[in-house]
Design a protein. Structure first.
Length: 364
């Protein structure tokens, strides 16, 4: 590379970095647009990934929806560059081409090429593995048809350079998203003084405990030598239940009886399941409701005139889901989610998501 080419490449990289400084919800799409407009990678998919290499939330550019459906339903397992196939053999690499892992002649005999790639007019492929401190957080797939130039070593070096910035920014957005959901969870339930609330980060780190929960746990282990009654309660009553209860509070995890014979219904709300956070074991919430109070379930039953889908949207909002995550969870479009939310606002007499989050505490 001569001096002028070096300066041109550097200026394009700086242009790319500047172009992806956008809000989190626009970030994946903007990355793909910038890869196309600045570097000529016109056909691409941006995936969120976990540390097992599972891929979620595809964002596409110049890729048919049917291709994505075929890929996630079957052909991902035959993709030579899928993280689960490529990374174990190439743990230090952040970009790979098809011909880095298999000769062309052999590749052209595969199911993946003949039944999938060729069907959609693609031939060459390059995978970009977005890693933050060695942990996979996302993947970008680039494709070209047979008539286009193959991906070169220069392409590999370029996207390896870009991948560090993309991965770092994605990790920042992911962390901010986690904090936002946690704030929403606290805001939605912080004004329930009679209900004990404990937020636990697995395996047993206490992120938050309200005064009612402190009092309940202190009474539970009164006269015993536990230095942290809340921690002791989690270990004794919660950990065995934390991953099996319903995320929508449809049934209590358990009914527990304190030493003073006060009965509590215990609900466990699992952490919001998002592709960003599979490896992060996000916090879950424990609710201790004295017997005789309206339970969360009973309060939900009193929601007036909500359809089944509106009720499910309401539950997901309570758990801190964004509109996009609700759409993914329910397999509906973003516009449909917004329509259900507007209907729910109208029926419950609120005007926005914040008021909706507080509705739970006032419904009984």
């Amino acid at each position: 590379m001569n001096k002028s080419e070096f300066h041109l490449g550097s200026s394009k990289i700086l242009e790319f970095i500047d172009s992806i400084l956008v809000p989190a919800e626009r970030f994946p799409q903007q990355v793909l647009l910038s890869l196309s407009q600045i570097f000529g990678y016109h056909r691409s998919i941006f995936w969120i990934a976990d540390n097992q290499g599972n891929l979620f939330l595809p964002i596409t550019l110049n890729v048919e929806d049917r291709l994505v459906q075929d890929y996630v339903s079957y052909y991902f397992q035959h993709d030579l560059l899928h993280p689960q196939n490529a990374i174990p053999q190439n743990p230090s690499r952040t970009a790979l081409r098809i011909n880095d892992v298999m000769p062309d002649q052999e590749y052209e005999q595969t199911i993946y090429y003949n039944q999938f790639m060729r069907t959609y007019g693609n031939y060459d492929e390059m995978g970009i593995y977005l890693k933050k401190e060695g942990v996979l957080v996302g993947t970008i797939g680039l494709a070209r048809c047979k008539q286009e130039q193959r991906f070169t070593e220069n392409d590999v070096r370029l996207v390896e350079t870009l991948s560090r910035t993309i991965a770092h920014t994605l990790a920042i957005h992911t962390h901010a998203d986690e904090l936002h959901r946690e704030r929403m969870l606290l805001a939605a339930h912080s004004h329930l003084p009679s209900i004990g609330i404990i937020i636990v980060e697995p395996p047993s780190h206490i992120r938050y405990v309200n005064p009612a929960a402190k009092d309940i746990c202190a009474e539970w282990f009164f006269g015993k030598t536990y230095t942290n009654p809340v921690q002791a309660f989690i270990k004794q009553h919660v950990e065995k239940n934390a991953w099996v209860s319903s995320s929508s509070f449809s049934t209590p995890a358990a009914t527990v009886l304190s030493p003073s014979q006060q009965a509590f219904t215990m609900y466990i709300q699992p952490s919001v399941s998002t592709p960003f956070c599979e490896l992060r074991t996000l916090p879950y919430a424990v609710y201790l409701i004295p017997k005789g109070m309206h339970s969360v379930q009973e309060q939900q039953v009193q929601l007036p005139h909500l359809t089944r889908t509106e009720r499910r949207v309401y539950e997901l909002v309570q758990q801190g889901y964004t509109n996009q995550l609700i759409a993914n969870e329910l397999h509906i479009s973003l516009n449909t989610v917004k329509r259900h939310l507007q209907n729910t606002y109208r029926k419950l007499g609120v005007s926005n998501r914040t008021e909706l989050c507080y509705k739970l505490k006032t419904n009984g």
